[in-house]
Structure formats: C-alpha cells, structure tokens
Design a protein. Sequence first.
Length: 176
Amino acid sequence: MLSRVIVLMHHKEAIRSSNSGKLAALALRGAEVRLRGERGARLSGAGLLDDPAYPPRVLYPQEDAPPLRSEDGPCTLLVPDGNWRQARKLMMREPDFAAAPVRRLPSVIEATPSIYTLRSHPNPDFISTAEAIILALRVLGEAEGAARLEHTLRMFVDRTLWARGRIARERIYGGL
C-alpha cells in the first residue's frame, strides 16, 4: 500500500512556473494539490485526516517534531507548499490541520545537496517541496515513487535552466 501525497499549496504559488509542488502532484500516482490561503476560504481536512488506513502526517521542518520514520507509512503525507513564511502559517491558519502530527525529515537526509536550482534559500536545509517529498518517500520505503519524482524534477530543472539560457543543451538531464 502506498502513501497518499497531498500538496497544500498557497494560492500565490499556483501561478509560479518554478513551483515544484505542482510537479510532484503530476508525477506521483494519486497525489493531488489543494489550494489554501485565499482570504475568507478555509482548507477542509475532510477525507485527509480521518482515514485510519492512511493516518495524516504533516511534513514540516519544525525543530521539536519527531523525524519521519518508515513506520509512519503508509500515510497521508500533507506537504505545505509556498515560500517559507506561507508554509509556516498553515498550522495557525488552517485549524483542521492543527491536530495532525508533524514530522520532519531525519537530519541525515536534510544534508543532501539540493538539485533544485531554480530558486534558493540562504539556509541549505530549506529545500523545494518536490525534494522534500522525494526524501520523505525514501524514508517511507517508497523508492519507486521517489525515483519517478526525482527523474521528473531533474528534467524539469535542467529544461527550465536551458530555456533561460543558463545551461547548454548537451548538459540537459535526460536530453531534449
């Protein structure tokens, strides 16, 4: 049984061409995007928080959160997507999700260098949504989904860099 991946995307991220959360939802079977953060609209936890076969786990690098473990799967992996300020507000502004257990990536995994070079953060531990999902799927023992998403992300990054004139055609992962 595979985990469900739900990207909880801030509505302002939905229009960004460099958004990796949308990519994750397209690359993984059964994954979906739910928009949040629109004034006056609440994100419902119905169907995400109440399935005992897929207990919810919010993937967020909260310091006091226990690390994600293989025993946490299969689960409904709820992944906030947006800039760091937007992602941090999910728990405060979406009360349905306040009770969901938060898990962070194990610190050994957080040290993995980023392949997502379209946007960056001064803190190297802050990685893209797709990379966080890849690492989480590996922890959960779901190597096939992680590999599929990593392949898609590498192609997306390199093709975007090529389109921006930042890498040569010959360097594009997977070719063109």
